[in-house]
Design a protein. Structure first.
Length: 207
């Protein structure tokens, strides 16, 4: 009788443990996966309703393959929708797609158009890239004075890349009068933010 009760207790314990492992494991998997799917579904619904932030998030997710399969064409579609509504963030990202040929044939002229739209709204990254386009004559006629103008706007917002590039212009006298002291000042501001090019430039200036 005692042996029967012991066996019964062991069997009952095994059933309880097995039930717990099965259900806790299944719930955990469905819970985490379901949450991601639910979030993505909400973003899609919001994006299709014209929500700019949701459109940008979807564009980023598809471009990076985060939570969805990487699909640059789909990323471009969502960035385009947000950009056409006037989002500077989306306009900058769309310009990157055209400049690099991500999900669309490479077209630096179109990239410049989107960089300009974002730059005119004060996007420092767009201003920096637009300055580079003018500096190199990519998608626009080469115009170093215009390059300096855009670099300066971005640098004044604290953009390290622009500070370095503007510093280089002062260092070499490109589009501005040569001014090594101003170059060092700008290099230092960029270097303090971790810009490696500016840090190397400071070494060459012995500053």
């Amino acid at each position: 009788m005692i042996l029967f009760l012991v066996i019964l207790a062991v069997l009952t314990f095994c059933l309880i443990v097995g039930y717990w492992f099965f259900h806790s494991g299944r719930t955990g998997k469905a819970g985490s996966g379901g949450k991601s799917d639910d979030t993505l579904e909400k973003w899609i619904i919001a994006a299709e309703s014209g929500d700019i932030n949701a459109q940008i998030k979807l564009g980023y997710c598809y471009l990076q393959g985060e939570g969805v399969g990487k699909d640059v064409t789909e990323a471009l579609r969502w960035y385009s929708k947000a950009a056409e509504q006037g989002s500077a963030n989306a306009q900058f990202n769309l310009a990157l797609c055209y400049e690099n040929g991500w999900g669309v044939p490479q077209n630096i002229t179109v990239a410049v158009e989107w960089y300009r739209k974002a730059a005119e709204q004060g996007d420092a990254d767009a201003q920096t890239n637009l300055g580079w386009c003018y500096r190199q004559g990519k998608g626009v006629p080469k115009d170093v004075a215009e390059a300096v103008r855009w670099y300066r706007q971005a640098a004044e917002q604290g953009n390290a890349k622009a500070q370095y590039k503007l510093g280089f212009c002062y260092h070499k006298g490109i589009g501005v009068n040569k001014d090594e002291a101003e170059a060092v000042r700008l290099y230092r501001r960029a270097a303090e933010q971790g810009n490696a090019e500016a840090q190397n430039a400071l070494k060459s200036c012995n500053a």
